[in-house]
Design a protein around this ligand. Structure first.
Ligand code: B12
Length: 616
């Protein structure tokens, strides 16, 4: 690492407008360019003492290595509230539990959702969505000063969906002493709200900052590709491409982890995917995260039973880090619920004997994942032959120029080589369709494999599944669907869209992160008869009424039906109260005609639409 940090300084110069906008929007000090043209206010690189503790990304390296040696994954729980005080209060409960269990953790602090928005171009959204989803940038610094991250190194969860934020968050981590910078989801899966080239370029810049400042990096994530219904092999290929960028950025592999998802459905498949990643990736560590429990009963014991299955996979697959989950189906967890989750996971780790499972299925499945990844990678990198996993070394990546690598990734993403069914970027084509077989493995539906990748290497569904039929518009009424506020959760609204299209409606789909007024205006422009809005961050209470209000101002409220869905409360403890209120007095206080919360069926939703639009 050069103490001169030329890349960091160059990037600050290139992105100074955004850095200034961030400073203003969130009221935190950031670097600036002095009158003499020099970069000022840039904290020293790690290792550096912050609040009495020497912070460095290498604190995570030590924990990850300890897990490897003891075959005991290190807990990586998520807990963050809006203010430093609240976060400290809830975290303290969790820290006490960890200390009682004698474990050191790697704490993952939820960050405010607005930190995913570009403060220069999206300031309106930032201002309207403050205070939801986790800690504020200011709160983050206060939290460190209060003792956050002292015993248990921490990271602020600010995913790089929005790549400007990746850069800013790497800088923030350097300021705050959080040891780990942003989660650099280079997200070749295409989710996110920025154009693809900006996304990849800025993710690269963020990794460069981390590399020069010894900040730990969570590179691209298998988990996120899994969320958008991608296959394991595709996820591996995308993670490898991010690693290519990390090598070019000069990151130490000891400061790098890949986040993995396990499903707990098929233990052998879970071990196989972990093995495929461990053997093929360059990063030294893996962070294993359980797959989401979509429709759990409102009983945390049920959740823990579900998550225990994944803890077993993480233990047997020898994960370095494991994310215990609590209140996944409700809102942001409490210290109490997270403590229970930590206890449960630690109990699985300590009580389970570390057996060596040598079922031939594991090796076979591992090779299947690697083969798919190599076929995707070969196509993305425009190789005229099939690459092999052993070839993907540091030297391999060094043969590319960084600009060339970025261009190859962007071209592959845009042309459908790197593809997943629910990729969210608007500048992408989507061709692939996947199906999860009974054995818990997601494979392609015949004829729906990634574009430009040799089909013979792609895993094809073993069950008899037909590609979904093209939908036909049979009704005159148009529907506008969008998420409102700083909300990037698009899976639910995507599914509602698919259900509406299957029912014969034309949908104007605005995806994630919209101003409420803009959604109403699009309805006016397109003469839609129904508007559906979503928010999972607990912003519905303030944002849904604004869609209603704008429709009224436009004189349209009598002709346009307004439905909403998602989560109205942010926190676990508030969620129930809202549900009870809707039950008692209806959704009128939200300004909408109907509300569909988590677990609602699409049939029920379409039924309501058909009734309202007279298509029954
Ligand atoms: C997947 C996921 C993500 C993915 C999103 C991927 C994507 N492209 O959508 C990623 C990893 C990116 C993510 C990021 C974050 N997430 Co998140 N995420 C989830 C998770 C695990 C699942 C959500 C999901 O897709 N569910 C499946 C769909 C089908 O369900 P659904 O959206 O509820 O939709 C149903 C109904 O609500 C309804 N519906 C929803 N919308 C609409 C709209 C209409 C019109 C209608 C009719 C119906 C309808 O229909 C569906 C059918 O049942 C949830 C936990 C959970 N179990 O919900 C957390 C969760 C929502 N996330 C959470 C948080 C805090 C975040 C972050 C802020 C974390 C951070 N600090 O960085 C960021 C948000 C960034 C941002 N700016 O938005 C919290 C939110 C807590 C809160 N209420 O504030 C949750 C609850 C997790 C938790 N307990 O901490 N997340």
């Amino acid at each position: 690492m050069s103490s001169e940090r030329p890349n960091t300084k160059r990037i600050i110069r290139e992105d100074i407008d955004r850095i200034r906008a961030y400073e203003k929007a969130f009221d935190v000090d950031m670097p600036y360019i002095g009158e003499d043209g020099e970069i000022k206010n840039l904290p020293d690189p790690f290792p550096r003492e912050v609040n009495g503790v020497v912070r460095s990304g290498y604190r995570l390296t030590e924990l990850g290595r300890q897990a490897e040696k003891e075959k005991m994954p290190v807990m990586n729980p998520i807990l963050g509230r809006n203010t430093a005080e609240e976060t400290f209060k809830e975290s303290k409960i969790m820290y006490d539990k960890a200390e009682e269990l004698g474990v050191q953790m790697f704490h993952f602090v939820h960050s405010e959702a607005t930190r995913h928005i570009d403060p220069l171009d999206g300031i309106e959204l930032v201002e309207q969505s403050r205070g939801k989803g986790g800690i504020t940038p200011k709160g983050e610094r206060e939290y460190v000063q209060m003792g956050g991250g002292s015993v248990h190194p921490m990271r602020i969860n600010a995913t790089g969906d929005t790549p400007h934020i990746s850069i800013l968050n790497s800088l923030m981590a350097g300021f705050d002493g959080t040891d780990i910078g942003p989660v650099i989801h280079v997200h070749f899966g295409g989710r996110g709200i920025h154009d693809y080239k900006t996304k990849v370029t800025n993710s690269y810049k963020a990794i460069q900052i981390c590399a020069e400042n010894n900040i730990f990096v969570q590179l691209d994530s298998h988990k996120h590709v899994n969320n958008i219904l991608g296959t394991d092999g595709m996820a591996l290929a995308m993670c490898l491409l991010s690693e290519g960028l990390a090598v070019k950025a000069g990151l130490d592999r000891a400061l790098s982890a890949i986040q993995m998802n396990v499903g707990g459905i098929n233990l052998l498949a879970d071990i196989a995917v972990m093995k495929a990643f461990k053997e093929t990736t360059w990063s030294e560590f893996i962070i294993v995260v359980p797959e989401t429990f979509q429709d759990p009963p409102a009983d945390f014991r049920a959740e823990q039973a579900h998550f225990a299955r994944m803890a077993v996979s993480a233990k047997l697959g020898e994960a370095n880090f494991y994310r215990p989950k609590a209140a996944e189906s409700v809102g942001i967890p409490t210290g109490e619920s997270m403590s229970k989750a930590i206890w449960a996971s630690q109990n699985v780790f300590e009580s389970m004997y570390q057996t060596e499972i040598n079922d031939p299925f594991i090796e076979k499945r591992k090779e299947e994942i690697q083969t798919e990844a190599m076929a995707v990678l070969s196509a993305a990198l425009k190789m005229d032959r099939m690459l092999s996993p052993e070839e993907i070394t540091e030297e391999f990546w060094q043969q590319f120029d960084s600009e060339e690598l970025i261009d190859l990734i962007v071209t592959a993403g845009k042309s459908g080589v790197l593809d997943t069914p629910r990729a969210g970027g608007w500048d992408l084509q989507r061709y692939v369709k996947t199906h999860r077989d009974q054995d818990g493995i997601r494979r392609y539906i015949p004829g729906c494999t990634p574009q430009g990748v040799d089909e013979q290497y792609m895993p094809i569904a073993k069950e008899d599944v037909e590609p979904p039929k093209e939908t036909e518009v049979i009704h005159d009424e148009k529907i506008v669907l969008a998420t409102v506020g700083a909300d990037a959760h698009v899976i639910g609204i995507n599914k509602v869209k698919e259900a509406c299209e299957e029912a014969g409606y034309e949908v104007i789909f605005l995806r994630g992160m919209n101003l409420p007024e803009a959604v109403a205006e699009v309805a006016a422009e397109t003469q839609a008869k129904l508007v559906g809005v979503s928010n999972l961050l607990g912003l519905g209470g303030s944002l849904y009424p604004r869609v209603d209000q704008r429709l009224r101002e436009l004189g349209l409220r009598d002709e346009v039906h307004l439905m909403a869905g998602g989560r109205i409360a942010e926190k676990e403890e508030e969620h129930k109260e809202y549900e009870e209120r809707i039950e008692k007095e209806g959704p009128g206080f939200l300004g909408v005609d109907v509300f569909f919360g988590p677990g609602s069926s699409y049939e029920e939703i379409v039924d309501w639409i058909n009734t309202k639009l007279g298509n029954k």
